[in-house]
Write a protein that binds this ligand. Structure first.
Ligand code: SF4
Ligand code: FES
Length: 155
């Protein structure tokens, strides 16, 4: 019973997970529909995150600690991890902050819950990128279209 509840919560937290890369220390969850190719992952640990390789995540190429720190820099929530070795899980900041990116989306960091009409929870997370150009095909999330249309927030 408890497992069912946990599974439901996990599905709600990561509704679009398509891939899991794991070893004994860490599982990395990947939700491609949320990735806008910011590149923090492959700039942070290019041996682990290589978009040209298959699989693109080499979970054994570095330590679980270092991989976890880089996953936490993914601003969209496309990447998450779960420590399987008793290591520290991602911490939840006490406050939620919104970073309005120049010519781009709103990066949200902190406890967040996105609900739609009727109260259905479509996302509960600690990282997300929300569209503010109005042209994303994946609203309320940014899908990178702001770059294609040359969205400008300043003159
Ligand atoms: S850091 Fe996140 S959004 Fe950026 S490329 Fe990596 S997975 Fe995609
Ligand atoms: S801000 Fe990125 S698609 Fe709108």
């Amino acid at each position: 019973m408890e497992n069912d509840v946990q599974k439901k919560q996990e599905e709600r937290k990561h509704p679009g997970v398509e891939r899991v890369y794991k070893n004994d220390q860490i599982a990395i969850y990947w939700e491609p529909s949320l990735c806008i190719h910011v590149g923090n992952c492959f700039r942070g640990l290019p041996k682990v995150f290589d978009p040209q390789a298959r699989p693109w995540v080499a979970v054994d190429a570095d330590t679980a600690d270092r991989i976890a720190r880089v996953v936490e820099t993914c601003p969209t929530g496309a990447l998450h991890y779960e420590r399987l070795d008793g290591g520290t899980q991602e911490s939840i900041p006490a406050e939620t902050t919104i970073d309005a990116r120049p010519n781009g989306p709103l990066f949200i960091h902190g406890p967040l819950k996105i609900i739609e009409v009727g109260g259905h929870v479509i996302r509960e997370d600690t990282r997300a990128a929300l569209c503010r150009c109005g042209h994303s095909e994946n609203k309320p999330f940014c899908d990178g279209t702001h770059r294609l249309i040359g969205f400008k927030t300043t003159k």
